[in-house]
Write a protein that binds this ligand. Structure first.
Ligand SMILES: Nc1nc2c(ncn2[C@@H]2O[C@H](COP(=O)(O)OP(=O)(O)O)[C@@H](O)[C@H]2O)c(=O)[nH]1
Ligand SMILES: [Mg+2]
Length: 217
């Protein structure tokens, strides 16, 4: 019984997500679903990346959180449109929330949409938001075993940003172990080490993004 209710919810979400995908395609917008644990550095990465985007690629951000507008306020400081969704307890965003948030965004003015999902390594992976691709932020302080422990999240990634590399000397994180686990669950995703605090790795991240923006058009 529980299983069929869940599959109905996912089916309804997928239908709505397809509509969003079509709309974004018609408007020539590439949308990234940004996922990862709470505190992995999703907002900090956007704060670094957005000012690096070329003038021709204007971005907007949808921020998802259980409560507060703190992240949307941080993003607004970068000068792009940002809107906050409070899920009121739900551990993930869904397509209906994105459809409402899109009504608040001037979508004719943008080419890239970042959707920062609720911090969680499980729930968000099952819910399509109509995105063009998925970026997972995994910080080294979480440990190098996360891809293997949370395969449903990592297997759907197009890009994994391994954040907080500035702290490498203070942890037992081994990139080799991380990559081993990662390749067990996902052979194709790109993996890039970054530090949102120091700004390292962002030239490669930007290049990856620009290449994939072109591809999805
Ligand atoms: N040392 C270090 N701290 C970081 C880095 N990126 C983010 N943080 C810190 O990690 C905390 C959570 O960052 P935030 O962007 O809010 O994470 P989010 O919950 O995933 O959006 C903040 O205190 C950030 O300053 C990084 O590259 N290095
Ligand atoms: Mg955040």
């Amino acid at each position: 019984m529980k299983i069929s209710v869940m599959s109905d919810i996912l089916k309804a979400n997928d239908l709505l997500a397809e509509d969003i995908k079509k709309l974004l395609f018609e408007k020539n917008i590439t949308a990234w679903n940004l996922m990862g644990s709470p505190g992995s550095g999703k907002t900090a990465i956007l704060e670094r990346l957005i000012p690096m985007l070329p003038e021709t690629l204007r971005a907007a951000v949808i921020e998802g959180d259980l409560a507060t507008s703190n992240d949307a306020v941080r993003i607004a400081r970068t000068g792009v449109q940002s809107t906050q969704i409070n899920t009121g307890g739900a551990c993930h965003l869904d397509a209906a929330m994105i459809r409402s948030a899109l009504e608040e965004i001037e979508i004719d003015a943008i080419s890239i949409l970042f959707i920062e999902n609720v911090g969680n390594l499980v729930c968000p992976s099952s819910f399509s938001l109509g995105e063009s691709g998925r970026i997972i932020v995994s910080s080294i302080t979480e440990g190098d075993d996360k891809p293997e422990k949370y395969p449903s999240m990592f297997k759907t990634a197009d890009l994994v940003l391994v954040n907080k590399m500035d702290l490498l000397g203070n942890t037992n994180f081994q990139m080799e172990s991380f990559m081993k686990g990662m390749r067990k669950v996902n052979r194709n995703a790109s993996v890039l080490p970054v530090s949102a605090i120091e700004g390292t790795g962002f030239d490669s991240t930007l290049q990856w993004l620009l290449k994939h923006v072109k591809k999805s058009r």
